[in-house]
Design a binder for this molecule. Structure first.
Ligand code: FAD
Ligand code: SF4
Length: 469
């Protein structure tokens, strides 16, 4: 057993009984409603150590198996408990190129923390928060892995898309001597981490630090470059040994609701991107900022995107914000933590209402939504309609694949759904030199699953490059 500076004894096998699970406190709701900054306060080193020390090291780390990238969780918790923060950061980066981001946005209540042995009444170890805080410290201190022993292979890989899948692929390759160049049509890296997920969940300065880290490791970025428009895909085929596609899914599902084209009906991602663009001053010309100040807002949907919209609307000083979902609360697909945060911030939730039409006035401005009431199976009750007045409707029904037209010429096959076809147990597309991963292969999913595929594709690319010497 060892002692921390505040007299806390580390290594006490019963610490999980003596110390409760404790997350960092959240900022006051009244201040959260006024700005887009993250809502959690910083944790002290002593608190971090105490929380890490609660890990039972149970021998069969279910948390590690439930984590899609199989982080070495108990091992880095032990390092944190012993104040070996740099070593913990190093171990985290062996499996996760973006630990500060996963620690913030992973739905831990469905993944690692759900599987924690202590999550049976004693409260799971605060895995996500510890991962985030240790990685933040490492980036703040300019920590870099030792890459002095890496031998360059002379091979080059083009990566289309700087979202989590593309970044994970790039990091994995550069640490193994392959030169990645990442292309993105947006002016910043991150994909939906930057142009989707709002600042109150993930401040954009974090992506700036991660970009510097990746550049220091040797990753090259070509931003504001849309492949197929600003640069032809064929050029990539000529210039690079292999190509990885991590282009996401961007066709918004609109539910085919009658009246959906009225003014004041917004697609969730358009609203969120407009907000980021305005706040960060990116000035993307084809993006519109929608100001919801003093408006009555209805958000239709119940996932993470819907939560990001309702909480952004609150921060834009909307008059009222309602989240309306067709099933029951327990059936909502997103993170429970985010629903709780939204409730605290003043969002009104209404369940078991299925929208059937959007109504507008003579100037085609939306003024209400018509709903059918539903039972617990989301089946409609006959003759139980409800009309709710509103100024703005945001549709947050999810996303479908959006394959570009040039896929056909490039020989990249897709399923009927538009998702990219990859070979079984493989992330290789129908073209032997092109790999793909993330949302464009799996459908809209999670940051951590996109990372898992980016890494996996990178390993497959390395295998092929080694075989084709
Ligand atoms: P993306 O992140 O979509 O990145 C794709 C990139 O490819 C983009 O930057 C795009 O500009 C670029 N691109 C596309 N076509 C081209 C082209 N032709 N040329 C150049 N560049 C191109 N997941 C979580 O785990 N937790 C959350 O809290 C969470 N919240 C979310 C909130 C919202 C609003 C949304 C929409 C999603 C959320 N997700 C969340 C899901 C998560 O963000 C995605 O699953 C993840 O970002 C997918 O990663 P990706 O790399 O496959 O694609
Ligand atoms: Fe948990 Fe996500 Fe971190 Fe894995 S990457 S340990 S699932 S927070």
């Amino acid at each position: 057993m060892s002692e921390t500076k505040n007299n806390y004894i580390v290594g006490d096998k019963l610490s999980f009984l003596k110390q409760d699970r404790k997350l960092a406190p959240k900022r006051q709701v009244s201040s959260r409603q006024q700005d887009f900054l993250e809502i959690y306060e910083k944790k002290s080193d002593t608190d971090l150590i105490i929380q890490a020390d609660r890990c039972l090291d149970c021998g069969n780390p279910y948390c590690e198996w439930k984590c899609p990238i199989h982080n070495y969780i108990p091992d880095w918790l032990e390092l944190v408990a012993n104040q070996q923060f740099d070593q913990a950061a190093q171990l985290m980066h062996q499996t996760n190129p973006l630990p500060e981001i996963c620690g913030r946005v992973c739905p831990q209540d469905r993944l690692c923390e759900q599987a924690c042995t202590l999550n049976t009444g004693l409260g799971a170890v605060t895995i996500g928060e510890i991962e985030k805080t240790i990685a933040d410290k490492a980036l703040e201190n300019n920590w870099r892995p030792d890459i002095s022993q890496i031998k360059t292979t002379g091979k080059k890989v083009a990566i289309v898309g700087a979202g989590p899948a593309g970044l994970a692929c790039a990091e994995y390759l550069t640490r193994r001597g392959v030169q990645p160049t990442v292309y993105d049509k947006y002016p910043e890296i991150g994909g939906l981490l930057t142009f989707g997920i709002p600042e109150f969940k993930l401040e954009k300065s974090i992506l700036t630090k991660r970009k510097k880290y990746l550049e220091d490791l040797g990753v090259e970025f070509e931003l504001n470059t849309e492949i197929g428009t600003d640069k032809d895909f064929e050029e990539l085929s000529c210039e690079f040994d292999k190509i990885f596609l991590g282009m996401g899914t961007y066709s918004a599902v609109d539910g085919q609701l009658p009246g959906k084209n009225a003014n004041g009906v917004l697609a969730a991602l358009d609203f969120l991107i407009g907000n980021v663009n305005q706040q960060q001053g990116y000035l993307m010309s084809d993006v519109t900022y929608h100001n919801l100040k003093n408006k009555n807002v209805i958000v239709l949907g119940g996932g993470d995107t819907a939560m990001d919209c309702v909480r952004s609307a609150i921060r834009q000083q909307a008059k009222s914000v309602k989240c309306i979902y067709r099933k029951q609360e327990g059936q909502m697909p997103g993170s429970k933590t985010e629903v709780l945060n939204a409730k605290e911030e003043g969002v009104q939730f209404i369940f078991n209402l299925q929208p059937t039409a959007i109504e507008s006035n003579s100037s085609n401005q939306v003024n209400s939504v018509v709903f059918d009431r539903t039972d617990f199976n989301a089946l409609k009750y006959k003759d139980k309609q409800l009309i709710i007045e509103t100024d703005i409707v945001i549709l947050a029904f999810g996303f479908r694949a959006s394959p570009p037209k040039w896929f056909e010429n490039a020989g990249i096959k897709t399923h009927d759904s538009g998702l990219v076809f990859t070979k079984e147990n493989d992330l290789k597309t129908s073209d032997k030199d092109i790999f793909a991963g993330g949302d464009m292969v799996s459908g809209a999913d999670l940051v951590v699953t996109a990372i898992a595929q980016g890494r996996s594709a990178a390993q497959q690319i390395l295998n092929e490059l080694a075989n084709n010497k």
